[in-house]
Write a protein of this length. Structure first.
Length: 748
């Protein structure tokens, strides 16, 4: 029994750790709103409800310190005058930060952070002079009296098969509840719902009564909105019995059956507090929450304005929302990855079958079974493609999950830098692979911080330039073909290309002759070099030259690219181009020096044919004249000797970011759907290759990381650039094959 209870407790804690992130994000969002609309009572009530839920969740999981701190903050917000106190947003932000640190400490099993400073700030808020409570109008008083008079006398409905607890815990009348709760009850009555008093006596032999109380709360929440809960979780009677006030259209028998949990509940009694208004439009019971958060242990907070008609403690979503909630499953990302990996293996198996079918067709061209085999293969391919798309959609999540963290961060950085900044977010519904979304969190955070600290000017400087004192940072996401584009833009000072050239010369990254020839776009590439920074002084936020190189390296690993657009005095835009997924791609296969390589097909703009003699040298770089356009060339192999200048070449015109390049290859193999197999970093240590795959005939093909190849060739000495890249690729080819055959990246 103890073993099962321990497992239940661990499960509850894991659930709390997961759901608490949403609560803390909501706390940050509400604090930001309150900062923009000081004194808004509805926002303060929303903050109080969030803290109230967090307190109850923590208490149900036995996290006493967190529950007590949240309880202190909730009490402070319940006082008269707290709504108008200017310190509430700051304390809410500080509370969210401390709660995050405490939850992290609970998860790691480490020492909890000090809460003395925050506790004192909350105490100061409690000690602040209260504003005078507004008088209630006659109409409101009359309404409250009318609601009391309209209450039907509670007629105890003892459920068949369940013992009545009326002798030990007598049923409460309407006057036993707070005025706020009474108004919520009359509101539910007006909507045509029964208002029931559910008395649940806990089993005295229950090993985990707090967890059991939570399970009962979860069960009863599926029957309708819970308006009130008694007693407080800290009360000595909390583990003996629980009183709920429930708004529902379910029968008493259905409620009792739902609450009667073996080994946890001993007795259930259901009494009627308010009968539904016969003139009201009855709301379907299905229009209730089906997944309640962990129980909020203390009673609902009193309303600062009792005369205002409040909404129920738990707002009722529509029946459509309820249906969606019933169909939502929380699945660990690793399980989806396993399914996706199996789909990848099926695709490899399909390629093997296709290869065998092609060989069979060559050997037996007149065999009648060829048609049946081809039909079966076509059917399998269609089903497999649908399966692949379905699994990929499961991994897709809206970028809103990442964007939500930035309003608070922008606010903090702006204050630290003495800026006035507003963040505008759009395209939050754009879907992106969960793995990619997690990987770009750090690069995107760095870019947004840079936009605030480097891009936006001080309010005084903006006013001198004729700009609004408040700067604007924009985050936007949208789909573009098989890519997702994320843009981070600001209306600040922009980037001075000449200042970049000067700094690059100081750091020895270029020569005066090369710097003079660089275009502004090429000069901006220096900001992605390690150690490069134009900040005049080092601060906690910027100036160390660490960050932009990390941004680019992360994007290279993701087979993504970044492009910079800037206008001095008007602002800068960083445009990230991300693949929708990293697991399965359509690729173009080609040969270089008898080695087979692949690149994503969507990166290939066209395929051209030329002769070795048409390749020219400009400043020791190879270029090709293609339809009145000079195309920079990337050569992975070795150039042909002088006597073979008439050799025909294939040139793959590829797009990397906003630029075009020509990739010289020896021959083309064709298109193929490839399952990308990651390679062990200890076995395969180069960023020129993003992964490998296995073809149907067992051959290993390396998938080139085009942004990294372009960067490597551009940073190498011109006369040795092609040989350097080729040498690295050719050297690691055998290692890649060994790694895959050994099962590091998959089985051959």
């Amino acid at each position: 029994m103890n073993h099962s209870s321990d497992e239940r407790g661990l499960e509850l804690r894991e659930l709390f750790y997961e759901t608490s992130q949403e609560l803390l994000q909501a706390l940050n969002d509400e604090a930001l709103k309150l900062e923009k609309h000081p004194g808004d009572e509805e926002i303060v009530r929303s903050i109080r409800r969030t803290v109230h839920t967090l307190k109850g969740d923590a208490a149900a999981c036995g996290l006493r310190e967190l529950s007590e701190l949240a309880h202190q903050f909730e009490d402070a917000l319940s006082l008269e005058g707290a709504t108008a106190h200017s310190a509430v947003p700051e304390i809410a932000f500080a509370s969210a930060d401390v709660f995050v640190e405490m939850i992290a400490a609970y998860r790691r099993g480490t020492k909890l952070p000090s809460t003395k400073t925050l506790s004192k700030r909350i105490s100061d808020l409690t000690a602040a002079p209260a504003t005078k409570k507004p008088r209630r109008g006659r109409k409101a008083v009359a309404s409250a009296k009318a609601s009391k008079n309209s209450a039907a006398k509670p007629t105890a409905k003892t459920i068949s098969g369940v013992k009545s607890s009326a002798q030990k815990s007598p049923a409460k009348t309407l006057t036993d509840w707070t005025e706020y709760e009474q108004l919520a009850m009359t509101n539910a009555q007006a909507q045509g719902q029964d208002v029931l008093h559910v008395i649940v006596k806990m089993d005295p032999h229950c090993a985990m009564p707090i967890a059991g109380r939570q399970l009962v709360h979860n069960a009863i929440s599926t029957m309708g909105p819970v308006i009130a809960v008694r007693p407080d979780i800290k009360s000595p009677a909390a583990t003996k019995h629980v009183d709920f006030v429930l708004a529902t259209m379910q029968t008493a028998e259905q409620i009792a059956a739902k609450c009667k949990i073996p080994t946890i509940v001993d007795e259930v009694t259901v009494d009627l507090l308010l009968a539904p208004d016969p003139t009201a439009t009855r709301i379907p019971t299905g229009a209730t929450e089906t997944t309640a958060p962990l129980e909020a242990a203390s009673p609902p907070e009193p309303s600062p304005r009792p005369e205002a008609a409040p909404s129920p403690a738990r707002p009722e979503p529509s029946s459509a929302t309820s249906a969606v909630q019933e169909n939502i499953l929380r699945v660990e990302a690793g399980r989806i990855d396993n399914v996706l990996n199996l789909v990848g293996e099926l695709i490899i198996g399909k390629s093997m079958l296709q290869q065998a079918l092609n060989e069979f067709a060559k050997r037996y061209p007149k065999e009648l079974l060829r048609g049946k085999f081809a039909d079966a293969m076509a059917f399998q391919s269609r089903v497999l493609n649908d399966l692949q798309r379905s699994v990929m959609k499961i991994r897709m999540v809206p970028v809103e999950q990442l964007f939500r963290r930035f309003p608070r961060m922008v606010r903090d950085v702006a204050r630290q830098c003495g800026r006035q900044v507003e963040l505008s977010v759009s395209g939050e519904d754009t879907d992106l692979d969960k793995g990619i979304l997690d990987a770009i969190a750090e690069p995107l955070t760095h870019l947004v911080r840079n936009a605030v600290s480097h891009g936006i000017e001080s309010p005084e400087e903006r006013q001198r330039l004729g700009k609004p004192s408040q700067g604007m940072v924009r985050l936007n996401a949208h789909h573009q073909g098989n890519h997702v584009i994320i843009e981070i833009s600001d209306d600040g000072r922009g980037i001075d290309a000449q200042k970049i050239r000067t700094k690059a010369l100081e750091l020895g990254l270029t020569t005066p002759e090369e710097a003079a020839r660089l275009s502004d776009t090429e000069a901006l590439d220096f900001i992605f070099r390690p150690g490069f920074s134009t900040a005049e002084q080092v601060t906690e936020i910027s100036g160390r030259g660490v960050g932009m190189d990390v941004v680019q390296s992360v994007l290279h690993r993701l087979k993504a690219s970044i492009h910079v657009e800037t206008r001095p005095g008007q602002g800068t835009t960083f445009r990230l181009k991300l693949p929708l997924t990293l697991a399965i791609i359509r690729a173009l296969l080609f040969w270089v020096e008898q080695r087979l390589y692949a690149i994503p097909l969507n990166a290939v703009m066209e395929i051209a044919r030329t002769f070795e003699s048409e390749v020219h040298q400009v400043d020791n770089y190879e270029v090709l004249q293609l339809r009145n356009q000079v195309l920079p060339l990337l050569r992975l192999g070795r150039p042909a000797p002088e006597q073979e200048r008439n050799t025909k070449l294939f040139v793959l015109v590829i797009a990397v970011g906003e630029r075009k390049y020509g990739l010289i290859v020896d021959a083309l193999e064709g298109e193929e759907e490839l399952v990308i197999k990651a390679l062990d970093d200890q076995t395969f240590s180069t960023d020129l290759v993003s992964g490998a795959s296995i073809l149907g005939d067992g051959r290993v093909v390396l998938i080139l990381n085009l942004p990294a190849v372009v960067e490597h060739v551009s940073q190498s000495r011109p006369e040795a650039a092609g040989h350097a890249a080729s040498g690295l690729l050719l050297t690691h080819m055998d290692r890649a094959r060994l790694a895959i055959n050994a099962g590091v990246g998959g089985q051959a």
